[in-house]
Design a protein around this ligand. Structure first.
Ligand SMILES: O=C(O)c1cc(=O)[nH]c(=O)n1[C@@H]1O[C@H](COP(=O)(O)O)[C@@H](O)[C@H]1O
Length: 277
């Protein structure tokens, strides 16, 4: 469990707002790991060991684990158990369903007694509305992270539709802020949408934003910070492939660390520029 003030404290201490994405794909990990009983966990463990002083958050993407059935679920549970407990550990599940089904998803990812896992936060698609979101809010100290403006090309299909608030993604942010406070609610905004951050901050001045899309998807960290950073930082910037697949040789963990360090160093400059540290 990690509160908003603990998260801000970690950001100031580590001079980083990096979230390392554990999108661990069996076809992309180094060959030599495949002789281990759980190659996915072994890979994650070494990435975590190599990066934990440089990041404040980890984000395993559920699809990469669920696609491997029972084995994948075991890798996810082992990974959760291994994650440092002072980082904000996000399950990127992008769930969204009616209330009693959401209760079960919340149990799956937040209730260690039921499932063996208790992540600090979960990504949720907001389009089924309030009753699909509130079941997650019953868990003290847990965070929900709603998709607002995604990095996907298809974000234009629905998210930019005009509404009385400007666009649909702005309505999502405004409405969701009536359901929970900035101590429990974050939004996903893609790094590829940096110029929209100004509008987003009008509706979400205090919420942390989870920002994927730097690295492999080409988003600019500098632009994201220019338009999206607050006095508390207010950003968690994710990179998955750019870090974890920096090399697929025996040096993969060192190469991942080098990429994470590059981002951390840029983040330190941005935090200093904005007067956060
Ligand atoms: O919710 C997310 O994390 C997410 C939202 C979004 O708009 N775009 C996006 O890329 N993501 C996730 O962020 C990660 C990005 O990975 P890389 O492009 O490899 O850094 C993946 O796990 C995506 O599923």
């Amino acid at each position: 469990m990690i509160s908003r003030s603990q998260l801000i404290g970690q950001i100031k201490q580590k001079k980083s707002f990096l979230c390392v994405g554990l999108d661990t794909d069996i076809t992309r990990i180094p060959e030599f790991l495949k002789s281990y009983p759980d190659p996915i966990f072994e890979f994650n463990k070494r990435i975590i060991d190599a990066t934990q002083d440089l990041c404040v958050s980890y984000k395993p993407n559920a699809a990469f684990y669920e696609s491997r059935g029972v084995k994948g679920l075991q890798s996810l549970i082992s990974t959760w158990q291994y994650l440092p407990k002072d980082t904000l550990n996000i399950i990127d599940a992008k769930r969204g369903d009616i209330g009693n089904t959401s209760d079960m998803y919340a149990k799956a990812f937040f209730d260690e007694d039921a499932s063996g896992m208790s992540f600090d936060a979960i990504t949720i698609t907001p389009y089924m509305g309030n009753d699909s979101v509130t079941p997650y809010l019953k868990y003290d100290g847990k965070w929900i992270i709603l998709l607002a403006l995604t990095s996907s090309v298809g974000s234009k299909d629905f998210q930019y539709l005009e509404t009385e608030d400007g666009h649909l993604y702005e309505t999502v942010i405004k409405k969701a802020n009536t359901w929970a406070g900035a101590d429990k609610l974050m939004f996903v905004v893609g790094a590829t949408k940096s110029t929209e951050f100004t509008d987003i901050r009008k509706h979400a001045p205090d919420n942390f934003l989870l920002v994927p899309g730097v690295g492999a998807q080409g988003g600019s960290l500098e632009d994201v910070c220019q338009y999206g950073m607050t006095k508390d930082c207010g950003l968690l910037v994710n990179s998955s492939r750019g870090i974890i697949y920096a090399s697929n040789g025996e040096d993969f963990a060192d190469a991942a660390r080098a990429e994470a360090l590059k981002l951390q160093q840029q983040m330190q400059v941005e935090l200093e520029k904005a007067g956060v540290i």
